[in-house]
Design a protein around this ligand. Structure first.
Ligand SMILES: Nc1ncnc2c1ncn2[C@@H]1O[C@H](COP(=O)(O)OP(=O)(O)OP(=O)(O)O)[C@@H](O)[C@H]1O
Ligand SMILES: [Mg+2]
Length: 155
């Protein structure tokens, strides 16, 4: 039995081996040019899959969170708002409040960085493996109305 490259890609897709799909053609070329034997190429393909997995899981959690942009805590400009309670923010960055089932609420006038800080913490939580849901208040209210109409409010 033999499969074309396209059929093989389809089969790999159904097996959720996207890391292998990404490098399949290149690995096949290496074999064709006698750079590798079959076992070597297969080992590389398995490694390609493994290399891609954690990051694609991370990507998925990012896109499922609805975070509109990446805000890395490391890139936070601490001078942007000198009144930002740095100590409290850095303590929140331990994310212990999540395990403690506590809330964190950012209060202040417009443009001082409340959303920015929330996004940075949310991003950190995604990176640490938490399932995150990021919503602007108006969005959340729309979604609640929609869920009520669909009889799916609990969700
Ligand atoms: N510490 C910071 N470092 C770098 N950029 C920042 C920082 N704080 C805020 N910004 C940037 O300033 C802009 C306004 O910040 P942000 O949207 O977080 O304010 P906000 O407090 O949520 O305002 P609003 O009350 O209007 O929602 C954004 O583009 C944000 O990325
Ligand atoms: Mg905001």
């Amino acid at each position: 039995m033999s499969m074309s490259l396209t059929e093989l890609e389809r089969a790999l897709k159904s097996l959720r081996l996207s890391g292998m799909i990404a490098t399949l053609e290149a690995r096949a070329l290496q074999v064709a040019h006698h750079e590798m034997d079959f076992v070597e190429a297969f080992a590389c393909l398995v490694q390609d899959e493994l290399d891609r997995r954690p990051s694609s899981l991370l990507e998925r959690r990012f896109s499922q969170s609805g975070l509109p942009e990446r805000k890395d805590l490391k890139d936070l400009d601490w001078g942007y708002n000198p009144r930002l309670p740095k100590r409290a923010m850095l303590e929140l960055a331990t994310l212990k409040f999540i395990e403690a089932r506590e809330d964190a609420l950012f209060i202040g006038p417009p443009g001082v960085g409340k959303s920015h800080c929330a996004k940075a913490l949310a991003q950190l939580a995604v990176q640490r493996g938490y399932k995150v849901l990021y919503r602007e208040a108006h969005q959340l209210i729309d979604e609640i109305h929609e869920a009520r109409e669909l009889g799916a409010l609990r969700k």
